[in-house]
Design a binder for this molecule. Sequence first.
Ligand code: PLP
Length: 365
Amino acid sequence: MANKLLSFVPGPVEIRKEILDATAQMEMLTRLGGSHRSPEFTAFFKEVLERLRTFLNTKHRVYVSTSSATGLMEAAIRNGAQKRVVNFACGAFSKRWHDITKLCGAEADLVEVEWGQATTPELVEKHLSSGRYDAMTVVHNETSTGVMNPLEDIAAVAKKYPDVVVLVDCVSSLSAVRVDMDGLGLDMTLAGVQKAFALPPGIAVCTVSERLFEKSKNIPNRGYYFNFEELEKYAQRNAQTPTTPTMSLISGLHEQLGRMLNEGAEARERRHRAMAARVQDWARKRFGLFANEKYLSPTITNVRNTRKEKISTDDFRKALRERGLLIANGYGKLKGECFRVGHMGDLTLEEVDTLLRTADEILGA
Ligand code: PLP
């Protein structure tokens, strides 16, 4: 068994040593005056928020939440759902947003497409034109299937319905590909940092439009933890958070945003698309792709194991692991049928090549 593992699991992803060093809590506490209310920490956190807004190229409000991304999916509903929500789903995570919506007590309808297919602008038009909804949820990149939805086209349709707030799960796309939340009129985009941001799990980030922020003020029973007004009140109080944040991860985010700004959003997207193209080409030759070719994800490739009789997904993953390389099983009902290769965060084309070369050795290809 190799003693050093390189991870191509689509989250939590491979983390670089510099980032782990930056999250080292003791250093953080010493450097920042020991408390999240200290002037040292708030100045540091202010810089994090500025870097985040700059990297995402947005004028919307940005928040960092001490929760995983699911917390912010709940925040979206608590702050944005008043009349009735339409949850568009194309896989496990987008479908879970429907469960979250109902568990938050909101009226909601689920509009689902088959796994491997995308939520289309036509489908969105069909439902928004009913006039029944004041909020919609959609996933940008469905991690369970390897589909990237056509967000620009979906947003163009949604713009025709100004009473509907557009809530977008960008968990496995944000920072890997550019999302023009301001231009597209996306009222909320959210992501956990254990995906393309390549940090350890534990915090999540989001952007919130003025329109959603104003709307939220009139929605009762938003609770406290994910209440935008509370988050904003503290953000205005010299960049603070209502509750104790995960300071070590915020230190990691500070470091990572610095690195991301150095690389540049465009170059980062190019690197992700190059890695995706390499994995997709390989998957087409050796196996098959699960997702509709029109909507292949730039961060995750879901490979259909068409060689199951010769090598099971478990044996293939095990053989890679013995050689120091991690990939993920198929998600949920696709376990065994598929395996997933994450190509996001700080991974490089050279590392992807190592994975594919090793996979070929195992397959004897
Ligand atoms: N949405 C998508 C697309 C995801 O991939 C995930 C996690 O993998 C989630 C939501 C949930 O994120 P978290 O586990 O950070 O709450």
